[in-house]
Design a binder for this molecule. Structure first.
Ligand code: PGA
Length: 253
């Protein structure tokens, strides 16, 4: 199955709106309209409108939010609804990032509510999964990935799945400089796809893109992307500089 690679920049709590626009200008120059991969930028909420405007002439680069809330509106102080994001023109929303899970206490069932609400609104989720070092050392990788996938995607239909991206991010590899080896990534991706097959069938599972995330940089992109079940990257630290992120996008082809 030929899956188009998808490379996403997760800027986390970095870049003001002005800095985000400066990045876009530099990045679009570097990347020069290549269309072999889908490229997604996920700035902070406050930078979304400015980045959307800066991307107006780009036919390759799409926009993502780093989170959302699943209710449509109401008394949820400081939360951001999917309708608000849609109005800005957001294409994707990252949900269930390990920092959201660990620091802000997000559960699989909350992530599931977000996934369902995003699909209902026609916005594509990037659903993050991944084990901690303790879980890996305890031989629990498969249990953890299975639980996160089954609970996170519970109730989604087969039609939703080609528009759902999974991001496998081993927590021990995020921001640590310690990347999963290509074999470790492939093993976790193949297992995740087998869980998707149990849930949605072989054909659908083959169409779903699974990104790898955790200390991706220009030098390790090619090898990671050469693995059969690795269909893209979710990049934190190395996405903050236009040059290194554009190298990653080029190396992913
Ligand atoms: P990193 O972050 O590339 O800095 O490891 C990845 C992520 O958290 O999405």
């Amino acid at each position: 199955m030929n899956r188009k690679p998808i490379i996403a920049a997760n800027w986390k709590m970095n870049k003001t709106p002005k800095e985000a626009v400066e990045f876009v200008d530099l990045f679009e120059n570097h990347i020069g309209g290549s269309t072999e991969v889908d490229i997604v930028l996920a700035p902070a909420f406050v930078a979304l409108p400015a980045v959307k405007e800066a991307l107006a002439n780009s036919d390759t680069t799409m926009l993502a939010a780093q989170n959302c809330y699943f209710e449509e509106s109401g008394a949820f102080t400081a939360e951001i609804s999917i309708g608000m994001l849609k109005e800005i023109g957001v294409d994707y929303v990252i949900i269930g990032h390990s920092e959201r899970r660990a620091i802000f206490g997000e559960s699989d069932s909350m992530i599931n509510s977000k996934a369902k609400a995003l699909h209902a609104a026609g916005v594509k989720p990037i659903v993050c999964i991944g084990e901690t070092l303790e879980e890996r050392d305890g031989g629990k990788i498969e249990d953890v990935l299975r639980r996160q996938i089954e609970e996170g995607l519970n109730g989604l239909s087969s039609e939703n799945m080609p528009d759902t991206v999974i991001a496998y991010e081993p927590v021990w590899a995020i921001g640590t400089g310690r990347t999963a080896s290509p074999d470790q990534a492939q093993e976790a991706h193949a297992f995740s796809r087998s869980v998707l097959k149990d849930m949605f069938g072989e054909e659908i599972s083959q169409s779903i893109r699974i990104q790898y995330g955790g200390s991706v940089k220009p030098a390790n992109t090619q090898e990671l992307m050469s693995q059969e079940d690795v269909d893209g990257a979710l990049v934190g630290g190395a996405s903050l500089e236009a040059e290194s992120f554009s190298e990653i996008c080029k190396n992913a082809c």
